[in-house]
Design a protein around this ligand. Structure first.
Ligand SMILES: [Fe+2]
Length: 113
């Protein structure tokens, strides 16, 4: 499909694509500080989402299940908002995302004591 689409592009279309990729119409990058704030907050919301996922895995059927599910839904919404911001401002997510994904779940699953 991609190869077919590339073959369909002639040199005029390619320069149009290049213009769109590098023109000032592209969303402006945030300042370094804003970039860092969005990245850190996104990581926090991702972690909260994964912690509640872990808690639900071990406590979801218990007396706290409904409360945890309610709190998890709130964190999912926070995460969704930061997913929008991270994409909208083209912020690089933390390099710790894969580890945080697993570690957050493990932290939540281990919090049943
Ligand atoms: Fe949150």
């Amino acid at each position: 499909m991609i190869l077919t689409n590339l073959k369909a592009l002639n040199s005029r279309n390619l320069s149009s694509v290049a213009f769109r990729c590098y023109s000032s119409a592209a969303p402006k990058r945030p300042s370094a500080l804003t970039d860092e704030i969005i990245r850190v907050d996104h990581a926090g919301e991702l972690g909260a989402d994964r912690i509640y996922a872990g808690q639900m895995a071990v406590l979801g059927n218990g007396p706290m299940g409904k409360t945890i599910a309610h709190m998890w839904e709130q964190e999912k919404e926070h995460r969704r908002k930061f997913e929008v911001l991270i994409n909208q401002h083209r912020v690089r997510p933390t390099v710790m995302t894969p580890i945080w994904n697993i570690a957050g779940f493990a932290l939540g699953a281990g919090s049943y004591n």
